[in-house]
Write a protein of this length. Structure first.
Length: 460
């Protein structure tokens, strides 16, 4: 009997003891959770004493402070709050706070000279690209839409903190037709297409370019880039300045092929961006559902108006044409460059006239020194837009453009200073809304760079 009693007592103790222990553990967990919550709240950072450009309005916000925590902005609050509750307080010293800049037509892998890019070591190109990405971030560019190139590894290295750089919205390989803007077999003209037994062309083996013909190949190519992690798809629909076998007037890809690309991208919740200089190819692309037109240097006014009616976005680049002028002395590319330079001004005026959403995209390539002039593109826009309009192009409009990838978006909202946007914050010592040229002199005028809530420069 005694043994039975002891056994029952033991069992009761075990049951109630385990309940008591569970209750104690729950209490400890709750206490720990509260501590973690308090700790998280304590990690909020306050930025005070600033004039705020929010990325969408031409009017500065004054009398307000910005709070961020982790990699997200918590909000814009009235100035003068209790500073003691914040983990850190940054005094902007009367400077001008802006969202990070967004270059929506950049080529991260095209920073070396052209021969190294086409035929050199892939690892060299990758290392060079990583170095350039760090330099680009220090110019205040916190986000780029890469407009063709194998940047998937670089994106991962930046995202996991291996190296500093802007966040990347990758397109993957530019998908081109044969004898199109992405066909660089001119370097070895005896090479047959791969379907006829020839080798992969320059750029294909490295994943920077992909040549296709027909609906089926287009669908396969788009799906492959999406498989690799592309956030949007890039195709040419007209000839290009830097290629040899396609004058600007050439239409590239049929309606069936373009529609196939648009449909596959849409199935994945994203869109197609199209390199296009001349009217006929851009009209075809717009009618097939392409949402982003790049370059457009020789478009007619009615096509720019159509772009507005279709709700497409437009990315016109200015500095790249000036950069290429001394480089492209061969008769083929020089003729195309002259055509593009002649038409650019009119297209910019029409884009403003019809209210087309314009992005800041520079397309600089194959010149490490020339690419350091990325921000000069902003000043060249002053012939057509006010400084405030240009800053909106480089921030809020850029955020809208990269955001077109919808469910493919691997990040949060960018290009704006508002609650729940990514904490990409710049502070300039002078007002860029009055004169955007001050942004070019980033070494002297850009005092604070925050990307993803992490400080990369602080000279306040």
């Amino acid at each position: 009997m005694k043994n039975k009693f002891n056994l029952a007592t033991m069992l009761l103790c075990m049951v109630f003891g385990s309940g008591l222990m569970a209750q104690q553990n729950h209490s400890l967990k709750s206490h720990s959770l509260n501590e973690q919550t308090d700790s998280i709240m304590a990690l909020e950072t306050l930025i005070k004493n600033v004039n705020i450009f929010n990325g969408t309005s031409e009017k500065l916000i004054t009398g307000k402070d910005v709070v961020y925590m982790g990699n997200k902005i918590q909000g814009i609050i009235p100035a003068g709050s209790d500073e003691s509750k914040y983990h850190e307080v940054i005094d902007g010293k009367g400077g001008y706070l802006s969202p990070g800049l967004i270059d929506v037509h950049w080529h991260l892998t095209m920073g070396t000279n052209e021969m190294d890019y086409m035929f050199g070591s892939i690892s060299y190109v990758a290392i060079h690209s990583g170095k350039e990405a760090g330099e680009q971030l220090l110019r205040g560019v916190t986000t780029v839409r890469d407009a063709a190139g194998n940047t998937f590894g670089l994106k991962k290295a930046i995202d996991d903190g291996t190296i500093p750089g802007p966040r990347i919205y990758p397109s993957g390989a530019i998908i081109s037709q044969y004898s199109g803007h992405g066909d660089v077999r001119f370097a070895i003209p005896t090479n047959l297409p791969k379907e006829w037994g020839g080798p992969l062309g320059p750029g294909e083996a490295s994943g920077n370019m992909l040549l296709v013909n027909g609906k089926a190949q287009m669908m396969s190519a788009v799906r492959q880039q999406l498989f690799l992690g592309a956030t949007q798809i890039k195709i040419p629909v007209t000839g290009g300045v830097s290629s040899f076998t396609d004058p600007l007037y050439v239409l590239e890809f049929t309606e069936e092929e373009i529609t196939a690309a648009v449909d596959v991208a849409a199935d994945y919740g994203t869109y197609v961006m199209a390199h296009g200089h001349s009217s006929a190819g851009v009209i075809r692309a717009l009618n097939c559902g392409v949402k982003s037109i790049e370059h457009g240097s020789v478009l007619t006014e009615d096509v720019v108006k159509l772009m507005a009616e279709k709700g497409a976005v437009f990315v016109e680049s200015f500095e790249v044409l000036a950069q290429l002028k001394p480089l492209y002395t061969d008769p083929v590319r020089k003729k195309k460059l002259d055509e593009a330079m002649e038409g650019t001004a009119n297209v910019a005026k029409w884009a403003k006239k019809y209210g087309v959403t314009m992005g800041f995209g520079t397309d600089l390539l194959f010149s490490p020194e020339g690419r350091k002039n990325e921000l000069k593109d902003l000043g060249l826009r002053k012939d057509f837009y006010s400084s405030a309009e240009i800053m909106i192009q480089a921030t809020g409009n850029g955020g809208k453009i990269v955001g077109l990838c919808g469910k493919r978006n691997p990040y949060g909202k960018v290009g704006v200073i508002e609650e729940n946007a990514m904490a990409d914050i710049l502070i300039y010592s002078k007002n860029p809304l009055e004169d955007v040229s001050i942004v070019e002199d980033y070494e002297n005028n850009l005092k604070l760079i925050i990307k993803d809530g992490k400080v990369h420069k602080n000279e306040l």
